[in-house]
Design a protein around this ligand. Structure first.
Ligand code: PHE
Length: 452
């Protein structure tokens, strides 16, 4: 079980599932549809797909490999692999530490909305196909400081309990068994959504690109989503890689995770957009989109309340894998690098997130007028992490692997000492990591931030 004396994933399949658990989460059900809707639809989807395949996949392979080679947390890994004297590389790990906290601050709020919707589903409060009524219900939840804060704290409390009692393995085992059910429910949603009158408009929105809508800011958002979705650029995959067995086929694992993750997002898109047009919702509604449209689709079918409740329960469970992987970055740094007791490290991290999460939770209510660079705190945390820190982390990881570590080591590691015949794949990935990904990310980042 132990990898170099450390705790680790006991099987290659377990490592695949944990990685998948990190990738699949609110990003698929909430963020992907919201961003696709507010950035013009199909054109955004095309850029997002290109970013995922050309940049996301190679970065995922590089990051996981780094972790497995160093067998350490996101900061210490760079200490171990960088040439003597080049201490600055560990800044990548610290950026990841910061990104994990920023993401958790708003992610826990969105998870809180999901928990709240489980109850609203049971009481019938969200059983409506009327965009106005749906907007009022969602607006009331997010504008009320007490409910916003309490639901966020419930999420953090549940997470704390999972960690303190060491039941995360159990939870993940449960999540794993239930995820196929979420997939089936998404399929049911798709069928219902596609059979609504006017569904084709939603499909056209999702699959018929209008490239005029693609601005540099849209391209940066798509790239940021690609990083966020696959949990890249901030040390999550590095930390998980450090628990991989030596014989794990990293390129194959990464490719499978990417394909599965894309499928879930696409299903969510097909479930949502036809309904958006059929019922007259606003595709550019932003973060509220999913919370209004999904209930509408369920409401329009027999047995909807039951299906809807199960759907939100499963989404809540799906978010656990992502949350645990977000926490793992700071927790591994505190407990492995600074020898803090693991439970204490987790609880300290959760406490910091509870404080940072307050402004995010109050962004649609009490703090709606607090703006920094034109963003409310929720949007600022999201923008800073997804559109700045993750792509920046991605560039640095590419430069580190491509130019500092060099090809020989990675080639040996990614082929498991030559036992996997994947030389062409590795060379292609390496070409993307060395040249294509860093240049592409740099251009998109500078352009998207209007720095160039
Ligand atoms: N990939 C997760 C999701 O889509 C979010 C996440 C981002 C998790 C970064 C870990 C690290 O829900």
């Amino acid at each position: 079980m132990a990898q170099g004396g450390r705790d680790g994933f006991t099987s290659t399949f377990g490592a695949l599932l944990a990685t998948l658990g990190s990738a699949v989460g609110l990003g698929n059900i909430w963020k992907f549809p919201s961003l696709t809707g507010s950035n013009g639809g199909a054109g955004f989807l095309a850029v997002y797909l290109a970013a995922t395949i050309l940049v996301g996949l190679p970065v995922m392979i590089a990051e996981t490999m780094l972790g497995r080679a160093a067998r350490a947390d996101a900061v210490t890994s760079f200490d171990r692999l960088a040439p003597k004297g080049q201490w600055w590389w560990k800044g990548i790990g610290w950026m990841g530490f910061a990104a994990a906290l920023l993401i958790m601050a708003f992610y826990s709020e969105v998870a809180g909305w999901v928990y709240a919707y489980i109850f609203k589903s049971v009481t019938g409060e969200i059983s409506t196909v009327d965009p106005k009524v749906a907007a009022v219900v969602f607006g009331k939840l997010v504008a009320d400081p007490t409910s916003s804060l309490i639901w966020q704290w419930v999420v953090l409390g549940v997470t704390g309990v999972i960690i303190a009692f060491g039941v995360s393995k159990g939870i993940e085992a449960v999540a794993r068994r239930l995820m196929p059910l979420l997939f089936v429910l998404l399929l049911v949603l798709c069928v219902r959504s596609l059979s609504l009158s006017g569904a084709w408009q939603g499909l056209a929105f999702l699959f018929n690109p209008d490239f005029a809508k693609i601005t540099p800011a849209v391209v940066l958002t798509a790239l940021g989503l690609a990083f966020f979705k696959l949990s890249l650029g901030m040390g999550t995959m590095l930390t998980y890689g450090s628990y991989f067995r030596d014989d794990q086929n990293i390129p194959a694992t990464a490719a499978r995770v990417m394909l599965a993750d894309l499928s879930v997002s696409l299903l969510a898109g097909i479930a949502i957009f036809p309904a958006v047009f059929a019922f007259g919702f606003e595709p550019a509604a932003g973060p509220s989109l999913v919370f209004m449209t999904i209930p509408a689709v369920f409401t329009s079918m027999p047995g909807g309340v039951v299906f809807m409740t199960v759907f939100f329960v499963l989404t809540a469970i799906a978010s656990v894998g992502a949350i645990l992987s977000l926490l793992e970055v700071p927790v591994a740094i505190l407990s492995q690098r600074y020898r803090m007791n693991r439970k204490l490290a987790a609880l300290t991290t959760i406490a910091i997130i509870a404080v940072m999460g307050c402004p995010a939770a109050l962004s649609q209510g009490a703090m709606a007028n607090v703006k920094l660079f034109g963003f409310n705190p929720f949007d600022l945390f999201d923008f800073l992490s997804s559109n700045v820190l993750l792509p920046l982390g991605g560039i640095l990881i590419c430069l580190f692997v491509g130019w500092v570590v060099g090809l020989a080591g990675p080639e040996r590691r990614l082929s498991v000492d030559g036992s996997l015949a994947n030389r062409v794949t590795i060379r292609t990935v390496f070409f993307l990591i060395r040249y294509v990904a860093p240049v592409a990310i740099a251009i998109v980042l500078l352009n998207g931030l209007k720095l160039f």
